[in-house]
Design a protein around this ligand. Structure first.
Ligand code: SF4
Length: 373
């Protein structure tokens, strides 16, 4: 069993197990989310910020897929388009519920209500995502009442059951969020997310605001809930150490586009896109003896403006392997090995460095250091 440890605390994180992926739960096809840039007194549209630009991928039942990339790459926007916090500009988000397939991108108003039960989000900041004027009972009961799932005594029983599921005591029912620690609040947020028995949970930087030992506990809780409730996770994160240990597959984004997608171990051992290589080089190595064994690849320049991206491959201005074709032609996301897709003209010729760890066999990662990419 993979263990997730840090130097002081004894918490372990079990990997989030995937059932054998057969039937996609979600198919994202050519998804675009372009935000209009408005200028002047008449708010004339002067251009578009292409936060998500033609992204396609599948999520399978019971798996955990990591979505990684620098801030502003569009990973959070994808999560919000799937949960329909945003109305996508174009594309399809096909949700498979047994034999029924629903295009979430086409739903409006009341038609969205069933989807609000099946697709739930966990947000980064447990402090701002809970109403400080509501008790624990009110917070959890609200989502059950809005969705007309429980009333009366059964409602209270369900709230207690949810608290139990996330490791909080039922005696906390009448407390307010300020009486809880950060980790306990995040447990409450998770309880609210699973209250409706969702099929898909989008965890948007769900552990980024927590300290190291609490983060391990929350990740273990997510793993337990996945096994118990058969959840599928889309795990949006900048923390590659965490992503490596809990995700079955990883998808890398750059300026609104997917540039690489592969099973986690494959991607970390042998990345095929230069941007992924640079991200992996920033993963901290816990063993001091191995620290000199790998160079941190510092990318030159800044991440391009998604309203005005460069020609050809969006990464060419920062890429150490760029050639003439990279400036002229945008690379397509192509399958280059089993379940491994890359958008790079030279993916097949490049031999890139993977991540190094103190002990790859044990998958030990120092959580005392956080990767920010
Ligand atoms: Fe680098 Fe060219 Fe590949 Fe883009 S297409 S990642 S610029 S080598």
């Amino acid at each position: 069993m993979t263990q997730f440890s840090h130097n002081d605390a004894q918490d372990t994180i079990e990997p989030l197990n995937a059932q054998s992926p057969q039937q996609p739960l979600l198919e994202v096809k050519n998804l675009k989310m372009h935000f209009a840039i408005k200028q002047g007194v008449f708010a004339k549209v002067a251009g578009y910020t292409k936060a998500v630009d033609d992204v396609s991928f599948n999520l399978y039942k019971g798996e955990t897929v990591g979505l990684v990339g620098e801030s502003g790459c569009g990973k959070t926007t994808i999560g919000r388009c799937i949960a329909r916090a945003y109305q996508p500009s174009s594309g399809q988000v096909l949700f498979h519920n047994d034999a029924e397939v629903t295009d979430l991108s086409k739903l409006h108003g009341k038609a969205l209500k069933p989807i609000r039960q099946d697709v739930r989000m966990i947000f980064q900041d447990p402090f701002s995502s809970l109403n400080p004027r509501m008790t624990v009972f009110d917070i959890l009961a609200e989502v059950l009442k809005v969705n007309k799932l429980f009333t009366g005594k059964a409602l209270e029983e369900r709230v207690k059951e949810l608290l139990n599921l996330v490791g909080l005591r039922p005696e906390y029912l009448r407390r307010y969020p300020h009486a809880f620690s950060g980790g306990e609040r995040q447990r409450l947020v998770i309880a609210r997310a699973i209250a409706t028995n969702p099929k898909l949970v989008i965890a948007d930087e769900a552990t980024a605001a927590l300290d190291v030992s609490i983060r391990a506990q929350i990740l273990n809780l997510l793993a337990e809930l996945q096994q118990e409730l058969g959840l599928t996770y889309l795990f949006v994160s900048h923390d590659l150490s965490v992503v490596r240990h809990i995700c079955d597959r990883v998808q890398v984004m750059y300026v609104g586009k997917l540039v690489e997608s592969a099973p986690t171990e494959q991607l970390f051992a042998r990345p095929r896109h230069p941007y992924t290589e640079a991200l992996l080089s920033a993963v901290p190595i816990s063993n001091p003896r191995q620290r000199g064994a790998r160079k941190h690849l510092r990318l030159k320049g800044e991440i391009p403006d998604p309203a005005n991206p460069p020609s050809g491959c969006y990464f060419h201005l920062r890429c150490p392997y760029a050639t003439d074709i990279c400036q002229q032609q945008a690379p397509e996301l192509k399958i280059i090995a089993s379940d491994h897709s890359v958008a790079c003209h030279h993916a097949e010729q490049l031999t890139l460095s993977g991540a190094l760890y103190a002990d790859d066999a044990e998958h030990e990662v120092a959580l005392t250091e956080q990767v920010t990419v």
